[in-house]
Design a protein around this ligand. Structure first.
Ligand code: NI
Length: 181
């Protein structure tokens, strides 16, 4: 299965705004091949999620969740495997939470990032079935992080306190599975 190279911060393609997936692309081999490449690439890197722009495809497609614990975030709640296309995020309430994030496009680093605590996300799966979920906490954080990639935003651009930014193996020496991120 094809594992793609993941673009790293500094590549201007990560700063582009992604285009919506047109109706005609649902059910196409283009979309199924893109999703397969995204899943294989995410799995190979133990990612919590991946956005199409991270493999150089400027389309509004993200995948996240695995249905099982993630070795890069061992204490995080389990998120169902999700394909989310043409997402729309709506904040619910005014709650905010700040917590650690990493990104496969920013390897080796983690930072404290403020996010909406609760949100509704809507979009479509690969079969063009509507998705409409209200989530909070880590799930809400992952959705915001991945959908930010579709707007050309990387998590360091959301940070407010750069004293809370560092190398994963320095910040968390007890974590064992940090070699590749
Ligand atoms: Ni990321």
């Amino acid at each position: 299965m094809p594992v793609r190279d993941i673009l790293r911060m500094g590549d201007p393609r990560l700063l582009q705004t992604a285009s919506p997936v047109p109706d005609s692309a649902f059910g196409s081999s283009w979309l199924s091949e893109l999703l397969q490449a995204m899943y294989d690439t995410m799995a190979a890197a133990n990612g919590a999620g991946l956005a199409a722009p991270q493999i150089g495809v400027s389309s509004q497609v993200v995948v996240f969740g695995s249905g099982q614990p993630n070795p890069r975030y061992p204490s995080a709640p389990v998120i169902p495997p999700t394909v989310l296309i043409n997402p729309v995020l709506t904040r619910i309430g005014d709650g905010e939470e700040t917590d650690w994030e990493g990104c496969l496009s920013v390897p080796g680093l983690r930072g404290q990032v403020p996010r909406w605590q609760r949100l509704r996300y809507q979009g479509f799966d690969e079969h063009r079935q509507p998705i409409d979920r209200t989530v909070d906490g880590f799930h809400a954080r992952v959705v915001q992080h991945e959908c930010d990639h579709l707007q050309g935003v990387l998590y360091p651009m959301r940070m407010r306190d750069f004293t809370q930014f560092g190398f994963t193996d320095v910040l968390f020496p007890a974590l064992t599975d940090t070699a590749d991120d």
